[in-house]
Design a protein around this ligand. Structure first.
Ligand code: HAM
Length: 429
């Protein structure tokens, strides 16, 4: 059978390959994040990509879009109902409880980097496999609100280290469970007589998740909501004081933020402070980060009540709007190309051996021994090589190397050791 007419296969809809040279930017972003996490005392956790479906149903909430319609769930060969994780807070909380982290000295600070899966309609900035850099902080001192502030300060430190200058930080409070329950009741009472005028989604949410109606994008619904009771009026004293503390501390540390009373977030576990960081450069899917506090989730997933707060950055979106002058874009120079000139007695072996000598001296190198000069230049361009090194009969006789600087096109012949030192300087960090 002929193998030439097979159709080529492609990535699954909504998923994509991350390719060089962009992957170097991803790696640099992650390296920066790791450095900042270390500065704030966070250590890495790696949980499985597959979890029991029930974890998300209980953790994220049955009434949320994520659990209701976006999960990749299936039965495995043993009949277990499992799900590709759509987010990583519930898995990290599961791990915290499962491994008895509550017994460790608190706070326990964990970070993660990895893929998440949501069956959403793909569009710019929205993928079915996307990647998050996130953190969860468990336990708090006498004033839990300080944990919220510290997490926001970490985020500001990370984003400014990456070169961001004009991001908007939106904060709000959803209050504690008591405040939310009182508000939910008031909102349902207000909206029930208007249910006919709500769209299908919002009408469904009226029963399952009424707070989510607040962030509707439908103009007619937004109009209806103008007269709705506000969450701020339903905050109990404890919730009010918590948010007051967060705001004054953010002022004290000169973190620019806006209070957005409509910000409620799409996951059920939040209490108290919620936040999002948005970028103008992204269009409709403009949130590069979301997070907030959750004081009941550890208890709901079988642990002892523990105050916790965290966030997740969407790495795909972050890389998309990474400033042109971000330090994360300054990656190491590409490999030096080792080329042959003229007829060299031992043929390609000469450049093969020289490339290995260079690597042993810490210089990134590619052997281009068999290539003609045009192909050598093409390769140097494609690989962003700072140097092309030539060896020919003259160089072998004299114990020299000829270096060509690809940026200036200047060419110099130097004694071998000196040439190697010059190349090594380009790769020194
Ligand atoms: P989230 O708001 O669902 O929160 O997701 C966080 C970020 O992930 C979003 O701001 C966005 O940048 C990115 N993201 C979400 N869905 C997609 C998608 N389909 N394509 C591309 N990027 C996406 C959470 O996941 C919470 N676990 C955050 C958290 C941690 N809260 C407390 N701790």
């Amino acid at each position: 059978m002929s193998r030439t007419n097979q159709t080529a296969l492609q990535t699954v809809k909504g998923m994509r390959d991350l390719l060089p040279p962009e992957t170097a930017v991803w790696a640099a972003v992650e390296a920066t994040a790791r450095a900042i996490f270390a500065r704030y005392g966070y250590r890495e956790i790696r949980t499985p990509i597959l979890e029991e479906t029930e974890l998300f149903a209980r953790g994220v909430g049955e009434g949320t879009d994520i659990v209701g319609k976006e999960m990749y769930s299936f039965e495995d060969k043993g009949g277990r109902l499992v799900t590709l994780r759509p987010e990583n807070t519930a898995p990290v909380v599961r791990a915290y409880v499962e491994h008895g982290f509550a017994q460790l000295p608190q706070p326990v600070k964990l970070f993660y980097v990895g893929p998440q899966f949501r069956y959403e309609r793909p569009q710019k900035g929205r993928y079915r496999q996307f990647h998050q850099i996130g953190a969860e902080r468990f336990g708090s001192g006498a004033v839990p609100a300080t944990a919220d502030v510290e997490v926001l300060l970490l985020l500001v430190a990370l984003l400014s280290e990456l070169g961001f200058r004009d991001l908007k930080i939106l904060v709000n409070t959803v209050g504690d469970e008591e405040s939310r329950a009182s508000y939910r009741a008031a909102l349902v009472e207000f909206l029930t007589p208007l249910a006919e005028r709500l769209g299908d989604d919002s009408r469904r949410r009226l029963a399952s998740n009424p707070l989510r109606i607040l962030d509707t994008k439908i103009p007619a619904e937004r109009e209806l909501l103008v007269g709705a009771p506000s969450l701020a009026e339903h905050l109990n004293e404890r919730s009010r004081a918590h948010f007051e503390f967060v705001r004054s501390a953010l002022d004290e540390f000169q973190v620019p933020y806006e209070v957005d009373p409509r910000l409620v977030r799409g996951l059920d576990y939040y209490t108290h402070t919620v936040f999002e960081i948005v970028s103008q450069g992204l269009g409709a899917q403009n949130a590069i980060c979301g997070g907030g506090a959750y004081e009941n989730l550890v208890g709901e997933l079988g642990g002892a009540d523990t105050y916790a707060v965290g966030f997740a950055i969407g790495e795909d979106r972050l890389v998309d709007v990474l400033p042109a002058d971000s330090p994360a874009r300054l990656s190491l120079p590409g490999p030096t190309i080792v080329a042959l000139v003229g007829e060299v007695e031992r043929g390609e072996r000469t450049s093969f051996a020289l490339a290995e000598t260079l690597r042993r001296a810490g210089i990134s190198a590619i052997d281009a021994g068999g290539k003609g000069s045009k192909a050598v230049w093409k390769l140097a361009e494609a690989m962003a090589s700072p140097w092309v090194v030539f060896v020919g009969a003259d160089e072998l006789r004299d114990g020299t190397l000829t270096l060509r600087d690809t940026a200036t096109r200047e060419q110099t012949t130097l004694p071998r050791e000196q040439a190697i030192a010059r190349l090594a300087a380009s790769y020194a960090r």
